[in-house]
Ligand binder design. Structure first.
Ligand code: HEM
Length: 427
């Protein structure tokens, strides 16, 4: 059960708004896993292989960003008290644009096919800028929860920079000198994407979600307030250095700054979970621990100058995917139960018994998904680090864990629809 005392649940958007994004995401992780299986011997040998570039965007845009967008559209009204950010119809259009754009962009990167990447990038840029605009508009019109509002605003600002630079990089790959960027800007693009958009949003919501999920004390407030500004300041100074051609500083300043910021956050989060008042070890805790450990391992790998692809696997598969999976296994059962409970009360259907949260997604499937995802992360990390023949199995397990997650989400949606039909049918 979640501690919902601080939430304004009356603002909850329709069930389909976040669920559309959630149900689409596992498909991209499934395709990414299969893609890694198609060229295991060279897939993770260099950060510049078309397979790595395509897999990266299937995961960061198709899986992680999709779940983050769905979660934000759900969290903003109930946690910060904003108005509903978008209608169900607009959310549906956004899902189609992000899904179609990511598929085309990744295909374009895989096949180094200019027109495919342009159309894909245009759809992704269009959807993400519209999303960012709606979120900032809702934040500007609200007055709740000042501490999280700034983290979300800075994360969305980072998304705008990431997307803008992604579009410029597509231009430079197609030989457009006017784009004014070259390969050295890829590091700045990925820093804004991984540390800015993903990292800042994680820091912003974790301070609220951890106490809600596990009755743990919130991580130190001064840290949660200072970190978003420190990280944004770091990203701005790095972009400035790249702009004035001091890109040489990048490999030094970046890891140290991020190591301290995210390493500190990972440890603070872990410590606060150890102090939780709910001793039960539910599987979603395992996802947070895997994510926190992956952040620390990525920082160590970066300091040891291990292959960049290893750091990428740890940050994207180990951290980004784990935190989003852990959040999904908590949010989806709660949302399914909450919407049915609201309908039951509204229709006074005391005769209909609602499933418990376990009835939507059980611990067993979550435990299995955690185990398979952890094995996939380990095998892909070993493959990236030692060029060992573990990439094929790692890809298979990544696809398998995506399928299991998809099954769990579809089961929750199916259960919800069945009970909702009973509730709306005449008694
Ligand atoms: C509209 C959205 C986006 C577009 C058009 C885009 C485009 C690109 C392009 C063209 C590259 C390769 C650059 C090169 O060949 O040097 C690239 C690299 C990369 N992008 Fe994106 N990107 C987008 C969004 C994102 C997001 C949201 C993230 C992270 C959250 C991200 C993370 C990365 C990473 C990690 C790399 C480096 C891959 C490597 O070095 O192997 N991208 N992006």
């Amino acid at each position: 059960m979640l501690n919902t005392s601080g939430l304004s649940l009356a603002n909850t958007p329709p069930y389909s708004v976040p669920l559309g994004f959630f149900l689409m995401a596992p498909l991209f992780a499934l395709v990414a896993g299969v893609l890694l299986m198609t060229a295991p011997e060279y897939a993770l040998t260099s950060r510049w292989t078309p397979t790595v570039l395509a897999t990266t965007h299937l995961l960061v845009l198709g899986f992680i960003t999709s779940i983050m967008c769905g979660s934000l559209l759900q969290i903003l009204p109930v946690l910060i008290g904003t108005r509903r950010v978008v209608t169900a119809r607009t959310a549906g259009t956004m899902v189609v644009m992000l899904g179609g754009g990511t598929a085309l962009l990744s295909a374009g990167l895989l096949l180094t096919h200019g027109p495919l990447s342009w159309v894909g990038a245009a759809l992704c840029v269009g959807m993400l800028l519209a999303f960012a605009f709606e979120v900032i508009r809702a934040l500007a019109a609200s007055s709740g929860l000042r501490r999280i509002r700034w983290s979300v605003a800075l994360a969305v600002f980072a998304l705008i920079v990431t997307v803008f630079m992604g579009a410029m990089l597509i231009g430079s790959r197609s030989g457009w000198p006017a784009s004014g960027v070259d390969k050295s800007w890829t590091d700045v693009h990925l820093a804004w994407g991984l540390a800015g958009w993903m990292g800042l949003l994680l820091i912003g919501v974790a301070g609220e979600l951890l106490p809600m999920f596990y009755l743990s004390p919130p991580p130190a407030q001064w840290l949660m307030r200072a970190l978003p500004w420190a990280i944004t300041g770091l990203l701005l100074s790095l972009s400035w250095m790249a702009w004035i051609g001091e890109a040489v500083a990048l490999p030094v300043v970046l890891p140290i700054g991020l190591l301290l910021s995210f390493g500190g956050f990972a440890i603070a989060g872990f410590v606060s979970q150890l102090k939780r008042r709910r001793p039960r070890r539910d599987p979603t805790l395992g996802f947070w621990w895997l994510g926190q450990a992956s952040i620390l391992l990525a920082a160590v790998a970066w300091l040891m100058q291990a292959p960049v692809v290893l750091t990428g696997v740890l940050l994207i598969v180990g951290a980004g995917m784990s935190f989003t999976c852990g959040t999904l296994f908590k949010i989806v059962p709660f949302l399914s139960w909450y919407h049915l409970q609201a309908t039951k009360v509204k229709r006074r259907r005391t005769d209909v018994k609602l499933p418990t949260m376990q009835g939507f997604i059980g611990d067993t499937v979550a435990h299995w998904q955690l185990a398979i995802h952890t094995a996939a992360t380990a095998l892909l990390a070993i493959g990236a680090w030692l060029h060992a023949p573990t990439v094929w199995t790692g890809g298979l397990l990544l696809a398998g864990s995506a399928l299991l997650l998809w099954y769990a989400l579809l089961h929750a949606a199916w259960r919800y629809r069945r009970v909702a039909r009973t509730l709306t049918r005449a008694a």
